[in-house]
Structures are given as C-alpha cells and as structure tokens.
Design a protein around this ligand. Structure first.
Ligand SMILES: C[S@@+](CC[C@H](N)C(=O)[O-])C[C@H]1O[C@@H](n2cnc3c(N)ncnc32)[C@H](O)[C@@H]1O
Length: 280
C-alpha cells in the first residue's frame, strides 16, 4: 500500500474495508490527523473491522453501504476532497472460508453467495430461475469459462440446485475430463461468475468509477485492486479516459504481487493494483 500513504490531514475512503487489513496498514503509516471512512456491504465483516481498528478511536468511521453509493455516503459524512480512495474488489478470506454462505466450492454449504446478506437474490434463486442462455452468458462473461454453454445446460438439467455440492457436480459433469486443470479447481470460474452476478459486482464497479475520481483532493489517489481480467479492463479504460481530464495513472502497468506475497497468500496471485492521481 505504499502508493496510498497520505501525509498531513484529511480523509481516506476504504470502499471495501472487509476485515480492516488495508485500513489498518494505511492508518499505521499515515499521520495521526488522517481519518478513514470504511464501507462494506457485509455487516459481519464490519464487526471484524471495528474490532481490528478500535485502537484508532475516532480516526475511523465505518458504514454498512455499497461502494456504488460512494458519493452519497461520503457526502453524508461530510467527506470532501479525500486524500485517497481504495477499492479492493471481490471477497475476503473470511467470506470464503468462514461465512457459511457458499462462496467456496471446497465446503458443502447452501448456495447463497450474497456479500450483503440483506440483498434480494441468492445464488440458488439465480441458478434455478434464469434461462439457460442467460446463465451461459454470465458464466462466459464473468468467469471467462469456455465451457459455459455446457455448464449452463448441466445446471438447468440438475435443477433445483440447493448446495455448493450441487453446483460442483453440475460443472464436473459438464466439463470434459481432458480440460480439467491441475492448478485450478474445475468449478473455480463458474463460482466466481455466479458470485459476481448475484452481487452485481460489475455494475457496482462501473458506478464507483464514475463517482470516485470526483471525490479526490488535488494529489489524492484512487487505488483499485482487481482480481478479474474484465474488471481490470474496466479500470484501465476508465483511467485512460481520465488521463485526458486532469488525472494521471501512477504506473504505466498494474502493480502485481511479488513471489513472496503469492507464496504467503496464494489467493493474491491474480491481483492487479492500478493507481490514479488527481493533478493540480
Ligand atoms: C477483498 S475483500 C477486502 C479486504 C480488505 N481490504 C482487508 O484488508 O481486509 C472485499 C470486501 O469488499 C466487500 N464488498 C464487495 N463488493 C462491495 C460493494 N459493492 N460495496 C461495499 N463492499 C463491497 C466485501 O464484502 C468484502 O468484505
């Protein structure tokens, strides 16, 4: 997070505060006058962030909110001219491993996949109700899965799906054995795609990309960590456009984790960080 280390006073907005790991690192490394507004749609994640960040006292404000509403939430807290805005997209390890909401193909759980437990549609509802062609589109577009059509057909045949095991079985039955990779579970891409659709992750990112640049102070920085090529493409294209409108991308290529970081946290292997700065 060396690219987001504000000096002096002002606000940092962490739009995906999660368990507060990045927020903690930013607060530890910045001056004591820097305050942080942390958002997350998951109230359990916010409870964990609150415990982790308690020692920073009133330097921290946490809000249960979607980062698609970044502008309104910031305005409600009187936050203008932020020193930095961070979005670390996707799910946290806690959500994958402990939430019991069916994000992982490795454990048998109900097919929920809502990041916001109050959101209207679960993964089971989406898998059981959408037309086959729409399922295939989602799995292809959000999962980059070339067997999307066969998987969509297998899902429709297996309906009603209730658990992660049902979805894994549908994918296993649909993808030819010869195409299974040794490095990646056969259902990885499908799980990612369904999760992205359940939470409208693309839509939220599109909206945040519209709102976040306008919240930055001069020399303020917007950092976005994407794990999916489609999301990184959206960020890259938006940053290129903004480069003609008073902003500059800090590095010509995205920052990726080093070998040590990937060894310590294999889930970081596909992460790409891009940082945009507001020019005077
Ligand atoms: C990769 S984790 C962030 C981890 C965090 N940086 C940390 O250090 O603990 C992503 C977090 O963003 C949240 N999230 C995903 N989409 C969101 C959205 N549209 N609005 C707000 N929070 C969101 C998830 O609930 C999850 O807690």
């Amino acid at each position: 997070m060396w690219l987001l280390r504000p000096r002096g006073e002002g606000w940092v907005i962490d739009g995906t505060v999660g368990m507060g790991g990045h927020a903690e690192a930013i607060l530890e490394r910045s001056d004591a006058e820097v305050r942080l507004l942390g958002l997350d749609v998951d109230s359990e994640a916010l409870d964990r962030a609150a415990a982790r960040l308690a020692r920073f006292g009133d330097r921290v404000r946490l809000r249960r909110a979607n980062f698609r509403d970044l502008g309104t939430v910031a305005a409600g807290d009187g936050v203008v001219a932020a020193r930095a805005v961070l979005l670390d997209l996707g799910v946290s390890s806690y959500q994958l491993d402990e939430s019991g909401r069916g994000f992982s193909f490795l454990v048998e759980e109900p097919l929920d996949m809502r990041l916001d437990p109050a959101a209207p549609q679960t993964a089971a509802a989406l898998l059981n109700e959408l037309p086959e062609t729409e399922l295939a589109r989602i799995i292809f577009e959000y999962g980059d899965e070339r067997h999307a059509r066969r998987i969509a057909r297998a899902i429709v045949r297996r309906r009603p799906l209730a658990t992660t095991g049902d979805l894994v079985a549908a994918v296993r039955g649909a993808v030819p054995r010869a195409a299974w990779s040794r490095r990646r579970h056969v259902a990885t891409r499908t799980f990612q795609a369904i999760r992205m659709a359940v939470n409208d992750e693309r839509g939220a990112l599109r909206q945040a990309l519209r709102e976040a640049p306008g919240l930055l102070a001069v020399a303020g920085r917007l950092g976005i960590i994407a794990f999916h090529s489609g999301e990184d493409r959206m960020v890259k294209q938006t940053f290129r456009t903004l480069a003609r409108e008073g902003f500059a991308e800090l590095e010509p290529s995205p920052v990726v984790p080093g070998d040590d970081e990937v060894r310590a946290n294999p889930r970081a292997r596909s992460a790409k960080l891009r940082v945009l700065e507001r020019l005077p």
